[in-house]
Write a protein that binds this ligand. Structure first.
Ligand code: THG
Length: 844
């Protein structure tokens, strides 16, 4: 009974055939042989276009295969190294590529079948060369860019070639002589498409060539980085070929044997070419050199490349029987990422790998400005600074209204890839727009992290994105959202973790090491109720991941935790510091941080203690205490000493109370105010609103931070409550000040509601009846509620970039339903310009 290739590879070392070109030359085909009957009139000289012989002179190719089979080769490679449209263009024979490949596989298969027996099975490897172009290099050269050589073009080129080989009957797909891993990744992407389309999968063998004795590919990658960048192809065999002679390749074969989980192959040149182009090493010499590698390192397949002949293969065949194949074991128990070099995230020790947060237009004003100005070089210096500060990879995010994130990420990555230090690093691509993610992946030679996907839009969308990321070879961050919204309790977190894990491993074929969970770092003390259990719930979810899915990794945006303390220097640093430590203990290995926060030490003990209480939620009064700590500065700058402010006039006193969140004197001050003003609404308008305006501008300047703003809003509400008896007593006085109903909501797909809740308080205090629909609210519901309640206006809130589109949808629906009331939009990514250009034009 015949064995499959994998079984055979476990039993013995297999031998691959030798060079094709030199044997063809020996047989001396002439121009007429290349032309055959169909290309007699072809305008270009065709001699030397060996792949044409598959169509026009198949017997000659058959003979070459036969001589290698007779010499003992277990695997023969098809005559298709250059049978791709890019290389064939030189001969104007690009239209014949499919045929060349199809025939190449057919001829080889016929020869292999003829020489196969029960004791000696033979296999056909469908050979895919690197093409004449390099995707990585063409990014930098304007002349190649002019010809519009792109990832997509290369994918369709490979797709045609691989289809021909598969249809012709190849047993193995051999992607070889790789000098640029990005080309190989395009070939892998194409092969996945072909396998799926034809519902037929064959084992994949991938082989790189080294450019110099430093052991890097021409495009700059080290051998381990290369391996990890193509591991998503799940290759049966990975290897090295061509390059220089056998002995000098040994250390790099060793690197592959050490790094890879799959079988390892090795088919070197017969030494280094002489000046006349011939190769020097005799079969005996080469066998001797290869034997040293077999002894020292061991392989599973070896054979010949340029300059080798059937005589070489005969010697190899004998040699292969003397040694056992090198034993393989599954080494995949850690996440590995790669740029030109690789990084291992070893779960067995506690070391964290820091992801720099500053290359994010949504998280750094400075970076955003540079990207808006397309000043990528200066933007790169921020990336470099992150590196110098201790980051080992970078979170790159271009999501912002008025930035074309797809173009920006491409242009940024091209410059990033050209940077001598930065190009070594893996990247994390952070975007909520999947088209931006896809574009970025076309410019990444290494193995990136894609940040992120979630079940927000259901399973189908989740799996489609996961499968696409897998075809590009990325690891993936899973955010804990589902159709119901963002997980904000431990149970919801666990539920979504388990569901995402199952879908990714069982349906999308993701390996566990490539799954990175983000249990949602949410800002502490950022809502009116000061609900501060979010850190504890995050940490519990981490522990759940560690005990149930130990091979998966964990990330999280550490600085999110202290968003509410924006501007509060020491307090914010302390909170980040404490949370990072706790996250480390809970199993987070890939935190997104400001690397300077990591280094922070000598923070005052009392601040650290408060930060601890906040993170672990064990002191109800901790927010107040943290505020007090920070307030002392503001109070001092603002209005002299703490006691003297009571001596100031009424307006200043109320202002002081609101800005500093003090409610002790509201009763007396409001009482005094109602004596001064006949209409209680004038108190709001003349005394309280100006104070709130100041709160707002202080917040913008960074003098106040979020919990303080929330406190101010709460004091505002209390002041209005003090006014209530007066408002009610006046309600019969003829002047009806009820301003009507308003409908506000955070739009569908978004869960952020801090600003919305504050706005809601302000509206209520100003006499509106607020119908707050909460978060993740579909457009239909918002519009229907507005109609049913005869609302005075609609307010929409959202923080993330996709919410801008959703606001557009609501505007369109309001137009459709012929509403005629104002629409208010607000949130971190909204802007005047975007609103004018994209939202306002949809609604009259
Ligand atoms: N999970 C995942 N990805 C993420 C996050 C997450 N990406 C983005 C974010 N959260 C992590 N990155 C940042 C970046 C910056 C800040 C916070 C988180 C930040 N910036 C200062 C500020 O806004 O106060 C910067 C001010 C400035 O320099 O202009 O806090 O959770 N998967």
């Amino acid at each position: 009974m015949s064995k499959n290739l994998k079984e055979l590879l476990n039993e013995r070392i297999l031998v691959l055939d030798g060079a094709m070109g030199s044997l063809i030359q020996q047989k001396g085909p002439e121009e007429a042989d290349y032309r055959g009957s169909k290309l007699k009139e072809h305008e270009v000289k065709l001699k030397g276009n060996h792949e044409l012989l598959n169509i026009n002179c198949p017997d000659l190719i058959f003979d070459v295969h036969s001589s290698y089979l007779k010499a003992g080769a277990d695997i023969i490679t098809t005559n298709s190294f250059n049978a791709n449209a890019l290389s064939q263009k030189d001969y104007k024979t690009q239209d014949l590529c499919y045929m060349m490949n199809y025939e190449a596989a057919k001829i080889a298969k016929k020869a292999a079948v003829e020489h196969s027996s029960v004791d000696k099975q033979r296999f056909v490897a469908g050979c895919v060369g690197p093409t004449s172009k390099s995707l990585s290099m063409s990014q930098f050269s304007s002349s190649e860019k002019d010809e519009k050589f792109t990832y997509d073009i290369l994918v369709s080129t490979y797709r045609e070639q691989i289809s021909g080989l598969l249809d012709g009957g190849a047993d193995i797909l051999l992607i070889e002589t790789i000098f640029d891993t990005l080309n190989a990744k395009a070939a892998i992407y194409a092969s996945e498409n072909v396998f799926k389309e034809k519902k037929k999968r064959i084992p994949v063998m991938i082989s790189a060539t080294i450019a110099g004795e430093a052991g890097r590919l021409l495009s700059g990658q080290t051998i381990p980085a290369f391996y990890h960048s193509i591991q998503h192809a799940n290759p049966l065999v990975v290897g090295l070929n061509c390059s220089f002679g056998a002995s000098k390749l040994q250390p790099f074969v060793q690197q592959l044997v050490d790094e890879a989980s799959c079988f390892v192959s090795f088919h070197p040149n017969a030494g280094i070419p002489e000046h006349d182009g011939s190769y020097s090493q005799s079969p005996k010499q080469m066998a001797k050199d290869i034997e040293k590698v077999l002894k020292k390192t061991g392989v599973n397949i070896f054979g010949g490349c340029c300059g080798t002949t059937p005589e070489h293969v005969e010697a190899y065949s004998e040699l292969s029987l003397k040694y056992k194949p090198v034993k393989r074991s599954n080494k995949k128990n850690y996440t590995v990422l790669a740029g030109l070099e690789h990084i291992k995230i070893d779960n067995s020790n506690g070391d964290m790998v820091y992801i720099g947060e500053k290359t994010n237009v949504a998280g750094s004003k400075k970076f955003a400005k540079l990207i808006e100005q397309k000043d990528y070089q200066t933007a790169l210096s921020i990336a470099q600074k992150q590196l110098d500060d201790g980051a080992q990879l970078l979170d790159i995010c271009m999501d912002k209204a008025d930035i074309n994130s797809k173009d920006a990420i491409k242009d940024f990555l091209i410059d990033f890839n050209a940077h001598p230090q930065l190009a070594k690093l893996p990247v994390m691509i952070d975007s909520s727009d999947f088209e931006t993610v896809r574009e970025a992946m076309k410019y990444i030679q290494g193995k990136p992290i894609i940040n992120s996907i979630s079940l927000k839009n259901g399973e189908k969308d989740f799996l489609n994105k996961a499968e696409e990321i897998k075809k590009f070879g990325g690891a993936v961050v899973v955010m804990l959202f589902d159709e119901k919204g963002q997980a904000d309790t431990t149970d919801r977190r666990k539920e979504i973790i388990t569901r995402s894990y199952r879908l990714l491993t069982e349906e999308a074929g993701f390996s566990e090491e490539n799954i990175i969970f983000d249990p949602n770092v949410m800002a502490l003390a950022a809502d009116v109720n000061n609900s501060v259990n979010q850190a504890v719930s995050f940490l519990d979810a981490c522990k759940y991941i560690k005990s149930n899915f130990p091979k998966c990794n964990i990330t999280g945006g550490v600085s999110n935790i202290s968003f509410a303390f924006k501007g509060a220097g020491v307090a914010r640093k302390a909170i980040n510091h404490v949370f990072l430590q706790a996250a480390k203990d809970a199993g987070v290995r890939l935190p997104i941080v400001n690397p300077l926060d990591v280094k922070t030490n000598n923070l005052p003990d009392n601040v650290i203690e408060l930060a601890n209480s906040l993170v672990f939620n064990n002191d109800e009064k901790v927010v107040d205490k943290l505020l007090e700590l920070n307030n002392s500065n503001i109070t001092a700058n603002d209005s002299g000493s703490k006691t003297s402010w009571r001596d100031q006039n009424l307006k200043s006193r109320l202002k002081h109370s609101l800005i500093n969140g003090i409610d002790d004197y509201l009763k007396v001050d409001i009482e005094e105010a109602t004596k001064k003003y006949d209409d209680p609404y004038d108190v709001i308008e003349s005394l309280l609103m100006p104070a709130m305006d100041q709160v707002s501008s202080k917040y913008d300047k960074g003098d106040l931070f979020l919990p303080q703003v929330i406190r101010s809003a709460t004091v505002f509400q209390k002041a209005v409550d003090c006014l209530h008896p007066h408002i009610n007593s006046q309600s019969n006085s003829g002047k009806n000040k009820t301003k009507g109903k308003v409908v506000i909501a955070t739009v569908e797909g978004d869960v952020h509601d801090i600003g919305k809740n504050i706005a809601s308080i302000v509206f209520k205090c100003n006499g509106f009846e607020v119908i707050d629909l909460g978060v993740m609210v579909p457009a239909e519901k918002i519009v229907k509620t507005a109609i049913d309640n005869n609302a005075g206006f609609v307010g929409l809130s959202g923080l993330i970039t996709p919410s801008l589109n959703e606001m557009e949808n609501v505007a369109k629906l309001m137009q459709e339903k012929e509403l005629n009331i104002p629409l208010l939009v607000g949130g971190a990514t909204t802007s005047e310009k975007h609103t004018k250009k994209h939202i306002a034009k949809n609604y009259n």
